[in-house]
Design a protein around this ligand. Structure first.
Ligand SMILES: Nc1ncnc2c1ncn2[C@@H]1O[C@H](COP(=O)(O)OP(=O)(O)OP(=O)(O)O)[C@@H](O)[C@H]1O
Ligand SMILES: O=C(O)[C@H](O)CO
Ligand SMILES: [Mg+2]
Length: 422
């Protein structure tokens, strides 16, 4: 063990590195025998990096492929693969033209071929070919409406799947009789495989009646021809697909736990689906930390209590910040004068809200130091200005873009300092 802060930063660095797409793809491919006629399709924000790693591992066994990622996310040519960039979060013409290439490739496969399908978050916007009677313009309009209405990703994607010829398991059907191996980097809490990138190669668990409920719940005003497309049911089973999750918030949490144990902490994972309001989560974490110091539970100290998830912020102020920064700033109020406690929270993609920080870190001195500097934490939270407050107390964590995206890692570290200081 070093200082709580140093250990916290080490836990963050090592656990994020365990879910970098390159490493995760390589580790999984080493375990699989995909034959020597492999065709690759990669979609999502991590598509280029996943495809590069796969090509480096499988070399000339890869006979061709298509990579579709967000503008600015590809890093040059990969031999033998076609690389495309397209619109995100709203699809555009390039989404359609590059998806057509992937569809042509899939339809041309025979039973001796294998498709390696690499999936990451953002895939819903980047991989799209509308069903007959639905235009790109329709897809753009409905996507915009869905992103604004407050529906969650499972609900949004239940609708997108039905307007699409490739989502909701339909892409895997096109590749039949070839086998499809799908490696997935999850950005959906609970790792619902049919929701991640709208599950192009996974049986859909949502039904048309769910879609009707979602339309009513958010009072969506959709044109008749769109409603018509939403009546078509999606595949409920696929017999040519195998799927592995190679990165997720659960994996980051497991890895954080292992690093904490190796540094000498007793460690546990409390949840991997934290999804409440960020400032409430901060207060809750602070109360757990106090329980540790005062009552030595749930773990014996020194200890690490680890959570994964994605909290939400209803932005009302005009300040600068992100959900992770807001969570720890809120927590600082509850661990005031507890010297043996640190609470940290980071987005694994290295970006927390519209800021250059990945998240934040606070300890028992943070609240006091802010007061000395004339900053009121409640005022800062009300103005959603966590960035500037944390900046004053060396509380920002900056990693730069990490190249992965598997939600957020949040944890408490407690050492054996017995008492609360006054
Ligand atoms: N001043 C602020 N304080 C706190 N949170 C904010 C502030 N401004 C924006 N946000 C939050 O930041 C969120 C966007 O953050 P971020 O870019 O990390 O998104 P994301 O959900 O991680 O998306 P992606 O999947 O593209 O990584 C918004 O949903 C909003 O709630
Ligand atoms: O692309 C999507 O649908 C989201 O990123 C969830 O995977
Ligand atoms: Mg993010």
């Amino acid at each position: 063990m070093k200082s709580l802060r140093e250990d916290a930063l080490r836990i963050i660095e090592d656990s994020i590195s365990s879910v970098l797409p390159e490493k995760a793809v390589e580790q999984e491919l080493k375990k699989l025998d995909l034959g020597d006629k492999i065709y690759l399709v990669a979609i999502g924000k991590a598509a280029w990096r996943m495809a590069k790693s796969a090509k480096d591992c499988l070399k000339e066994k890869v006979k061709g492929g298509v990579v579709i990622t967000k503008y600015g996310h590809s890093q040059g040519p990969i031999e033998g693969l076609k690389i495309y960039e397209a619109g995100h979060p709203i699809p555009d013409e390039n989404t359609i033209s590059s998806t057509k290439e992937a569809v042509e490739l899939a339809k041309g496969l025979s039973k001796d071929d294998t498709m390696l399908f690499l999936v990451s978050g953002g895939g819903s916007a980047l991989f799209e070919l509308p069903v007959d009677g639905v235009s790109l313009e329709d897809i753009k309009n409905v996507t915009d409406m869905l992103l604004r209405c407050g529906a969650n990703i499972v609900e949004i994607n239940a609708i997108r799947k039905r307007m699409s010829r490739v989502k909701g398991g339909k892409f895997a059907l096109m590749a039949s009789p070839a086998r499809v191996y799908s490696l997935v980097l999850s950005d959906v809490l609970g790792d619902r495989l049919d929701s991640i990138a709208s599950g192009p190669a996974y049986p859909d668990s949502t039904r048309c009646e769910d879609v009707r409920k979602i339309i009513r719940k958010y009072d969506l005003k959709l044109p008749k021809h769109i409603l018509q497309s939403l009546r078509e049911e999606t595949p409920k089973s696929l017999d040519n697909v195998e799927t592995r999750i190679i990165g997720s918030v659960s994996k980051v949490c497991e890895s954080a736990k292992n690093v904490a144990v190796s540094l000498g902490y007793n460690a546990m994972i409390l949840t991997t689906t934290l999804d409440c309001e960020a400032s409430e989560a901060g207060l809750f974490l602070a109360s757990i930390a106090r329980e540790e110091v005062e009552k030595e539970r749930p773990l014996e100290r020194p200890c690490a209590i680890i959570l994964g998830g994605e909290t939400v912020v209803h932005v009302k102020g005009t300040g600068k910040g992100g959900r992770n920064q807001e969570l720890v700033l809120s927590a600082a109020r509850g661990i005031r004068n507890y010297p043996g406690v640190v609470i940290a929270s980071v987005g694994t993609d290295g970006t927390d809200g519209p800021t250059d920080a990945a998240g934040g870190i606070v300890d028992g001195k943070t609240a006091y130091t802010l007061e000395e500097a004339g900053i009121d934490i409640d005022d800062a939270l009300n103005d959603n200005d966590s960035y500037h407050a944390l900046q004053k107390v060396n509380g920002l964590i900056k990693t730069g873009p990490t190249g992965t995206n598997v939600n957020d890692l949040i944890f408490i570290l407690c050492d054996e300092t017995k008492v609360r200081e006054n």
